[in-house]
Design a protein around this ligand. Structure first.
Ligand SMILES: [Zn+2]
Length: 535
């Protein structure tokens, strides 16, 4: 059925931060902006296996904002199910996608193998991987690089331009025009003073803007790159003085390279000794090669010698990784960043029990991840079937971020103005979406702000408010909603013991009063939701 005008359907990242996918439909043609994997809880990940809400064979093109798997990781499945169109992205995103998607394919395959071993024993039917490394590489072959800030035609009837989003190498916001409607999709927006990239850019004056809200509730202390490096310097010096290793769980894309950059600068200025730095992650090593290939596009890297530093060692096969088990006095960067898989688990196994070793967290640790458990002070953890006592120093630096905070998101939105039709906030947990909406209503009371739910469709017309034409996928909305239920159950079970731990009775009463205040501060929002539902 051909729809009238231009419609936008949110197929993912609605009231959650993963599974980014927006479908734009004009006449009988559809194109996607992003095609990301759902990540996090098991129920959320199950959404990856549910059928696409559209026929992949009828999607004319995909435009990708960046190479993170929560924005690109369902492409191989889309291709395996018949999508044949081009995948538009920057050249750096294309180069990153080759190792990133291949790695995602291998993870899907080994997950399926592990589950099937269990099913085998139980005599159950075999489970097919979501996609394979081969599917991933087939998807990668469809990438068509386009330069920033130049118009191209992603599909007939659509015009688009990419703008630097300052989030990770290759990241872009997508400006889209169809049926006389101008739309801007933020993708993930980087913070000010991000290593390697200029601040996010883009024109102003749109009918609609879609903006991510990951840190819509967070206001970060602003520190300069020099101040951040001084924090890292202090951690490296203290760890080396203790005599053991400094173990840093990292994400392969960008956090690894940011740390290498800071370590190179500290080495060069002799702020830290020429300590050996091991990158023990095949994916991080391959991603670093892509950074080297695109060094001409990167800021801050001149004069540091880049990633080819005599102190940096990129370990190869497993035997080289195992050799690191018996060393001391080294910095070891290994993935995954939340310690949920990868070689970091081996390094934790060999270092967590050592009083002279240090584990330094430099990235977000999701609720329930091993990283979060260690960071919250667990005395004993279980890794690959072994119980490990935690005696190492546990440290963190919170100032590495690839995401804009609340103020920076508001700046980006204001710079895209005037926005005549309305703003959609996506890619955020409910509290982040609500906090950002509150701030926007204070700053720009005239602006229509919508928090779309998964599967909802809107009719877009130049200069007019968005009109919701479909209410979306209730089942998927409930799966996403269940995450707050989990969080609530967790809070409720811990509430009494957490309160009992506050020894001073007065302070305990104060804590209860403050919790009440927080809940009351949302009552205004409750009312607003009711009036919205009537329109
Ligand atoms: Zn991202």
């Amino acid at each position: 059925m051909a729809s009238q005008g231009l419609t936008l359907t949110f197929q993912g990242a609605a009231h959650t931060v993963t599974g980014s996918c927006m479908e734009f439909r004009h006449g009988d043609r559809s194109m996607l902006v992003d095609c990301g994997l759902f990540q996090g809880s098991r129920s959320l990940e199950a959404l990856n296996n549910s059928p696409f809400a559209f026929d992949p064979r009828r999607i004319a093109a995909v435009t990708l904002t960046h190479a993170h798997i929560d924005h690109s990781g369902l492409l191989p499945r889309l291709v395996a199910q018949g999508f044949e169109g081009p995948v538009w992205c920057t050249a750096a995103t294309r180069d990153l996608l080759e190792p990133m998607l291949a790695d995602a394919g291998r993870i899907q395959q080994s997950d399926a193998e592990r589950r099937n071993r269990r099913r085998d024993r139980a005599g159950d039917e075999q489970f097919a991987p979501l996609y394979t490394e081969e599917d991933a590489l087939a998807a990668w072959q469809l990438c068509r690089p386009v330069p920033l800030e130049e118009w191209f035609e992603p599909a007939e009837g659509f015009r688009a331009r990419l703008w630097n989003a300052g989030h990770v190498l290759g990241s872009a916001s997508v400006e889209l025009e169809a049926d006389g409607v101008r739309v801007m999709c933020s993708g993930d927006i980087g913070p000010e003073h991000k290593a390697f990239h200029p601040d996010p850019e883009g024109p102003g004056g749109f009918d609609y803007v879609v903006c991510e809200s990951t840190y819509g509730a967070r206001v970060r202390d602003k520190i300069t790159p020099d101040e951040r490096r001084r924090l890292l310097q202090a951690e490296v010096q203290a760890a080396i003085a203790r005599g053991g290793n400094l173990i840093v769980p990292v994400f392969a894309l960008e956090r690894t390279q940011e740390l290498l950059l800071d370590l190179a600068i500290l080495h060069r200025s002799r702020a830290i000794p020429q300590v050996r730095v091991f990158v023990d992650s095949p994916l991080a090593s391959r991603v670093t090669e892509v950074f080297t290939r695109h060094a001409g596009d990167l800021e801050d890297i001149d004069g540091t010698g880049g990633f080819e530093n005599a102190a940096f060692h990129f370990t190869g096969d497993v035997s080289e990784s195992i050799r690191l088990n018996s060393i001391s006095g080294a910095v070891i960067l290994a993935a995954s960043g939340m310690c949920e898989g990868g070689r970091i688990r081996h390094h934790l196994l060999h270092n967590l029990h050592r009083r002279d070793s240090t584990v330094l967290f430099v990235g977000y640790q999701a609720e329930g991840s091993l990283g979060r458990v260690i960071l919250e002070g667990a005395q004993r953890v279980r890794i690959s079937g072994s119980d490990v006592n935690v005696r190492a120093q546990i440290r963190r630096i919170d100032h590495y971020s690839a995401h804009a905070d609340q103020g920076e998101l508001l700046d980006w939105i204001v710079q895209r103005g005037p926005i005549s039709g309305g703003l959609f906030l996506d890619h955020g947990e409910p509290d982040a979406l609500e906090a950002l909406r509150r701030e926007l209503q204070r700053l720009e009371p005239e602006l229509q702000v919508r928090l779309p739910r998964i599967g909802e469709s809107y009719r877009l017309a130049a200069g007019q408010a968005a009109k919701r034409i479909a209410t979306g996928n209730l089942e998927a909305q409930q799966v996403i909603g269940r995450d707050w239920q989990n969080a609530y159950a967790d809070l409720a079970t811990r509430l009494k013991s957490d309160l009992a731990r506050i020894r001073d009775e007065k302070k305990r009463e104060e804590a209860i009063a403050r919790m009440r205040e927080v809940l009351d501060s949302y009552s205004e929002f409750r009312n607003r939701r009711h009036t919205r539902r009537r329109d």
